[in-house]
Write a protein that binds this ligand. Structure first.
Ligand code: SF4
Length: 371
């Protein structure tokens, strides 16, 4: 538990995708942000003390819009605050559109050893519908470059867009599997409030398929990727051996992470207490005052979060850890019912959701928690 992950949020994107509800802003020249992120990291070092860094993740927004020099300087700042980041996972999210051999080689030289590519689909009409600025050809080219340069490559796919068929989904999976990427994240298209897609849907313009069809797509993805040797280790994530996202596992396993950059979230355990932090959302506000919120979680809220996040992963949660944090007894009847119905598995100290259970996690956790 002494390990610490670091998340760096780069909030700018070349354009805003119509389904996106992240904390993102249209790209603009911002020469100050990198320096402020470095300052923010320093202030966290004072609070966390010396810790072993387990992973560093550049997310966004589009962090691949950052120069290699920026990445190098931020990594150097992390290294000077928490020594020894030699063997840690250092990942960056990238858009196919930004693929650039010289820049990506410089990222790798700076220490980045994993690249996560926002492919979304290998079908041009789907990319158009999703408002993406790359083509299938560009996605393939970017993947081939990524696999050449980085020891670990992940790609994101979105399924459940209007007019998707099983054949089109199989085609996306075929290309993803041939690409050499060792990790695949498959996200269901959801229409989030406040997005351009939500407005389109309100006008009767359908962007996503119905939930039953989406559930069939999910089954197909799981069956195909598992048959090809991928491990389905989290609701939306599949990995070849030793290519799991170490950084995301920190979130799901209830570990500690510092979040820097506009709107970044963090979770930190300090002197036996658990804190949730949120950085100021807007880049200009962040430059004036890093933190917007730092809240001490009650033991119950901490334990519930541990349960909710932990049931997302194949290995589930430790019951003794749940109780140690402050979780109350779980509802015995619900536990037995869920076990008999094949939603969860219980083995000694651990509870894990089955594949079927991971589809209805909210219902399971709601019933398990005695409030
Ligand atoms: S590129 Fe990614 S982060 Fe940026 S708007 Fe699109 S989906 Fe959101």
């Amino acid at each position: 538990m002494n390990e610490l992950a670091i998340y760096i949020h780069w909030p700018y994107c070349a354009r805003i995708c119509p389904y996106c509800d992240f904390n993102v802003y249209k790209q603009r020249a911002d020469n100050e942000l990198r320096g402020r992120i470095i300052e923010d990291l320093k202030s966290w070092r004072e609070w966390t003390g010396e810790r072993k860094i387990s992973s560093i993740h550049f997310g966004g927004g589009t962090p691949s819009l950052m120069s290699a020099e920026d990445i190098k300087n931020i990594l150097a700042a992390i290294n000077s605050n928490w020594p020894d980041i030699k063997d840690v996972e250092i990942a960056i999210e990238a858009n196919p559109h930004d693929a650039d051999k010289i820049k990506w080689r410089a990222y790798a030289q700076a220490g980045v050893n994993r690249l996560s590519l926002g492919v979304q689909s290998f079908h041009d009409p789907a990319l158009k519908l999703l408002g993406r600025d790359h083509s299938t050809a560009k996605a393939k080219e970017a993947l081939s470059l990524a696999v050449d340069i980085f020891p670990s490559v992940s790609l994101d796919l979105i399924f459940g867009w209007a007019e998707q068929t099983q054949a089109l989904l199989q085609q996306d999976l075929d290309i993803a599997l041939q690409s050499g990427a060792q990790h695949i994240s498959a996200y269901q298209l959801t229409i989030e409030e406040g997005t351009a897609f939500a407005k389109a849907q309100a006008r009767g313009d359908i962007k996503a398929v119905d939930p039953d069809k989406s559930a069939d797509f999910y089954d197909l993805i799981r069956a195909r990727l598992c048959a090809e040797g991928f491990e389905h280790y989290e609701v939306s994530n599949f990995a070849r051996e030793s290519h799991h996202s170490r950084h995301n596992l920190t979130y799901w396993m209830g570990g500690d992470y510092v979040g820097v950059g506009p709107g970044a979230h963090g979770r930190l355990t300090h002197e036996g207490k658990r804190y949730a932090t949120v950085a100021a959302m807007r880049p200009d506000a962040y430059k004036t005052e890093f933190l917007e919120e730092k809240t001490e979680l009650t033991p119950t809220a901490w334990a519930e979060e541990y349960l909710l996040m932990g049931l997302r992963i194949e290995t589930g949660i430790s019951l003794s850890r749940f109780k140690e944090i402050g979780g109350s007894e779980l509802d015995e009847t619900a536990l037995i019912d869920f076990k008999n119905a094949g939603f969860i598995q219980i083995a000694e100290d651990r509870i894990a959701a089955t594949t079927k259970g991971r589809l209805v996690l909210n219902m399971i956790t709601e019933k398990l928690l005695v409030r």
